[in-house]
Design a protein. Structure first.
Lengths: 112, 120
């Protein structure tokens, strides 16, 4: 199975700061069709996960442009510029390139 | 408007079979490319993908649960189902269903989740 390693486990920020989360894969996430099926989800406290980013860097409908996904192959990053209160929660990376699909263990974004 | 809602037994005993239902609206599982997935989350822990079912009745399972999973659908009633046999306390979790499409492979709409406790 593909292992996704997220760092850090938790991140304490001040509102307005930038936050950066890393997701490293145990194997390349580029599929044979040339696409890379790496996604980012945010789970706010008491809520279901919500899709933020798909195919590494594409923002899902309604996601603010302060969320920026990047990377390729096995190394991926989610940056949040100017953290706002509604950004707090647990961020998960997820891969759908290889069966079985797998999630990273999560990164908790909290206020300093 | 796409919505999904999970339902389940709430509590069951070890060795029993867990039956979950996902009732959805706003899309059809008979439409080309549509799918529903199941994901679970033990309390305070991370997410685990369990299974997907597709419009053409193709099914994919997480092999970590070996042969305990069965996913199915009732297209006419807009429902998807997941059965887990021989449950134990490690299956205690919140179970989510979510919509997925083959062309995108992301879970774009999620249900609110249903808590399931396995306890003797």
């Amino acid at each position: 199975d593909v292992v996704l390693t997220q760092t850090p486990v938790s991140l304490s920020v001040t509102l307005g700061d930038q936050a950066s989360i890393s997701c490293r894969s145990s194997q390349s996430l580029e599929y044979s069709d040339g696409y890379t099926y790496l996604e980012w989800y945010l789970q706010k406290p008491g809520q279901s996960p919500q899709l933020l980013i798909y195919e590494v860097s594409n923002r899902f409908s309604g996601v603010p442009d302060r969320f920026i996904g990047s990377g390729s192959g096995t190394d991926f990053t989610l940056k949040i510029s100017r953290v706002e209160p509604e950004d707090l929660g647990v961020y998960y990376c997820f891969q759908a390139t290889h069966d079985p699909y797998t999630f990273g263990a999560g990164t908790k974004l909290e206020l300093k | 408007q796409v919505t999904l809602k999970e339902s389940g037994p709430g509590i069951l005993q070890p060795s029993q079979t867990l039956s979950l239902t996902c009732t959805f609206s706003g899309f059809s599982l008979s439409t080309y490319g549509m799918g529903v997935g199941w994901i679970r989350q033990p309390s305070g822990k991370g997410l685990e993908w369990l299974a997907n079912i597709w419009w053409d009745d193709d099914k994919y399972y997480n092999p970590s649960l070996k042969n305990r999973l069965t996913i199915s659908k009732d297209t006419s009633n807009n429902q998807a189902f997941l059965k887990i046999t021989n449950v134990d306390t490690a299956d205690t979790a919140t179970y989510y269903c979510a919509r997925i499409e083959t062309i995108t492979t992301y879970f774009d709409y999620w249900g609110q989740g249903v808590m399931v406790t396995v306890s003797s």
